[in-house]
Ligand binder design. Structure first.
Ligand SMILES: [Zn+2]
Length: 308
């Protein structure tokens, strides 16, 4: 039964997620530019890259600020890249979509094991609902994967600090809501999975295994010298492995490797001098997104009889 209050709360919270995402997206622009150039992130005012004049707070509002100035600096009228509001919009839509699908729609795209347990109205169990913790966990992962992907698109080396920060946040989530580690685990893909069966040891094991799979896949990419691989693929897969476990890491690697092959062949056929397409980290980000929103319909892999 969906009542008026639930509809209202859904709209309000999705708008919150969108606005919050836009602000985080604005910060992402700062991270992507400053981190690889070893510049301080905090306590730094944003300024025009051309005339170096500080941007007023009212012009610095995510998305709206750029639209209001019609993409030009107020001081020197030099054009400001459309990529800034675009990244803000992408993060805003990402956060809103994750909240909508995972919390409001009870993780309708997640593996079956998690369905059936949350039939109640989402508002009634908010914010204690484990799926809320999971949505925040996935927003964190998506944000950091995108950060590495954008640094890679700039052809810069992503610092390990991003991965270490991600691992620290994953550990905090783990302590705050231990349920997060169960959702990510391969065991959660089995329909009759029961949460208490999985111990802390199991969770660490799968996280570690995911990390190892990430290291192997990232290492293979490095050794094979796949076209336009910056080193960033390696960092991304390690983080994905720890957050999501081994099976998701393998699936995402397969999807992004396939899209890379298609891109390479596409470029051969087109015979364009100007290479089209993106680097692998952006494809890994897209593959993770694709998997998260279609996970339920993927083949189930049973690791419950895994020997150690
Ligand atoms: Zn300027």
């Amino acid at each position: 039964m969906i009542d008026f209050l639930t509809i209202l709360a859904t709209i309000v919270f999705v708008i919150y997620a969108f606005v919050g995402g836009a602000c985080f997206g604005s910060f992402l622009n700062v991270i992507v530019w400053r981190l690889p150039r070893k510049k301080p992130i905090l306590l730094a005012r944003s300024h025009c890259p051309k005339c170096e004049k500080d941007i007023a707070a009212s012009d610095n509002i995510p998305i709206i600020g750029w639209l209001r100035l019609a993409g030009r600096c107020r001081n020197c009228r030099e054009s400001i890249s459309v990529k800034y509001p675009l990244i803000e919009t992408v993060v805003a839509v990402l956060f809103a979509a994750l909240f909508l699908v995972i919390v409001v729609m009870h993780g309708v795209t997640l593996p079956q094991g998690w369905l059936g347990k949350h039939h109640a109205n989402w508002l009634s169990e908010f914010p204690r609902c484990p799926l809320f913790a999971f949505s925040l966990h996935q927003m964190t992962l998506g944000y950091l994967l995108l950060a590495i992907a954008l640094i890679d698109e700039d052809r810069m080396k992503s610092p390990w600090r991003i991965v270490l920060f991600g691992l620290l946040l994953h550990f905090c989530f783990d302590c705050w809501k231990p349920i997060v580690r169960y959702i990510d685990s391969p065991l959660a893909q089995i329909t009759d999975f029961h949460v208490p069966e999985l111990t802390f040891y199991d969770a660490c094991k799968y996280s570690l295994l995911g990390g190892v799979v990430g290291v192997i896949f990232g290492g293979v990419g490095k050794l094979c010298k796949v076209p336009h691989v910056a080193d960033n693929t390696f960092e991304q897969l390690v983080m994905l492995g720890v957050f999501m476990g081994p099976i998701v890491t393998v699936l995402v690697s397969i999807v992004s490797a396939s899209s890379l092959v298609m891109q390479t062949f596409g470029n051969r056929i087109l015979k364009k001098k100007q290479r089209v397409g993106t680097g692998i980290p952006l494809q890994i980000f897209c593959a993770w997104l694709l998997l998260l929103f279609t996970w339920r319909w993927w083949p189930v892999v049973d690791l419950s009889s895994f020997p150690f």
